[in-house]
Design a protein around this ligand. Structure first.
Ligand code: NAD
Ligand code: WQD
Length: 337
């Protein structure tokens, strides 16, 4: 069974491709490589020993998506492609609306044309805005504070409208919490260029001395140690959630929506300390002012995904810290060879 993975060279998409191949699916990737590298395709093949079809191109390119569907009998799409940097989205809102929404509209139009009406969509816990109650259930009120989050919320709305108009669609909206970690092999993972936006890549760059010090954005939140609390989830658990969601979609789910998180919140300081302990490295940090737009705490109630999909996260914060560092260290060794 062939599945199309948009953004399959990216961080979450690549790990999900590995799981899809291991589960027996045939994988076609389309990615314009705006935030990833071509060699990820080779790494996916190396890990799984299986072949992957790769198209370099933009999901906003209707002709390309049409061509892919005309050449392959695709049963479902996992739609990861999108821009994801919150700060950049505030500076370049039109880029984010154009890329994230146009790509989705194109995809849905071509899927309709070829009568492929099964899709798994990468949404985000960012659609919960500043949550009023914790842990967060799927039924919590939705709001956003930046254009990136708005693209996710709008796309969720587009998917609901598409389903209302045609109940033959099967749609899984997955709201990810904070994915970190990497594949055990150290062949794929997350290693952004330049100064990272997110905590784990920043911690790693400080541990490897590429950056001098981690700024901890605020220690006066209403949390046990005053620093921000998040639901970090191992990328492998997250990828496994996609296989379960895809199975559900292919069994005729209608439209469904699941939180993919662990249900546990860890503070910035807890993550830093755990990282130092399991990797036996020092992470210099200092307390800095709060980052605009940040919330004190955010963690999932993952009960619904367990009830409906039989999925729950299994790997712990120590695995996340170890695997994330292992990947970056391996990248470094390979580039210095
Ligand atoms: P990523 O940037 O590593 O992967 C996205 C991939 O999509 C990249 O390979 C990029 O080159 C590609 N891409 C972007 N726009 C494209 C386009 N128009 N056409 C073709 N390819 C395109 O990001 P990720 O962390 O793997 O995130 C995947 C999805 O999950 C995104 O939609 C993101 O918004 C969502 N998400 C991510 C997180 C997170 O913390 N990483 C959390 C919640 C939701
Ligand atoms: C985590 C914690 C920071 C960096 C973002 C997006 C969200 C989703 C995941 C896509 C917070 C603190 C961070 C640093 C710090 N992405 N921090 N120093 O903000 O929870 O979520 O990524 O959908 O939409 O908003 O993740 O990793 O940036 O921050 O102290 O240098 O680490 O304040 O408490 P966040 P993050």
């Amino acid at each position: 069974m062939k599945v199309l993975v948009t953004g399959g060279c990216g961080y979450i998409g690549s790990h999900t491709c590995v799981m899809l191949l291991e589960a027996g699916y045939d994988v076609i990737i389309v990615d314009n490589l705006c935030n990833s590298k071509r060699d990820v395709v080779d790494k996916i093949k190396e890990i799984t020993g299986k072949d992957v079809i790769f198209y370099k191109g933009d999901v906003c390119d209707y002709a390309l998506i049409n061509k892919i569907f005309s050449h392959h009998d695709i049963v479902a799409v996992l739609h990861f492609a999108g821009l994801k940097a919150v700060g950049e989205s505030v500076l370049k809102p039109l880029l984010y609306y154009r890329n994230n929404i146009d790509s989705t509209l194109n995809l849905l139009e071509v899927m309709t044309k070829y009568n492929c009406k099964n899709i798994v969509f990468s949404s985000s816990a960012t659609v919960y805005g500043a949550p009023k109650t914790l842990p967060i259930k799927e039924s919590a009120p939705l709001s956003t504070t930046n254009p990136y989050g708005s693209t996710k919320l709008y796309i969720e709305g587009i998917l609901r409208d598409v389903y209302e108009a045609d109940k033959n669609w099967n749609i899984a909206i997955l709201r990810y919490f904070n994915p970190i970690g990497a594949h055990k092999s150290g062949l794929i993972g997350e290693n952004p260029n330049g100064i990272p936006n997110n905590l784990m890549p920043y911690i790693i760059k400080v541990a490897t001395k590429e950056l001098e010090v981690l700024n901890i954005f605020g220690d006066d939140y209403d949390t046990p140690d005053g620093t921000g609390v998040r639901d970090y989830i191992h990328i492998i658990d997250l990828a496994k959630g996609h296989i379960k969601a895809l199975d559900k979609v292919l069994s005729g789910s209608g439209i469904v929506c699941y939180n993919l998180g662990t249900g546990h919140g860890y503070s910035v300081l807890e993550l830093v300390k755990t990282f130092e302990k399991v990797n036996n490295v020092k992470v210099n940090y200092r307390i800095a002012p709060r980052r605009e737009g940040d919330i004190a705490a955010c963690y999932a109630d993952p009960t619904y995904a367990f009830q409906e999909l039989g999925w729950k996260a299994e790997l712990g914060i120590e695995d996340m810290c170890r695997d994330a560092y292992n990947y970056v260290m391996k990248c470094k060794r390979n580039t210095s060879d």
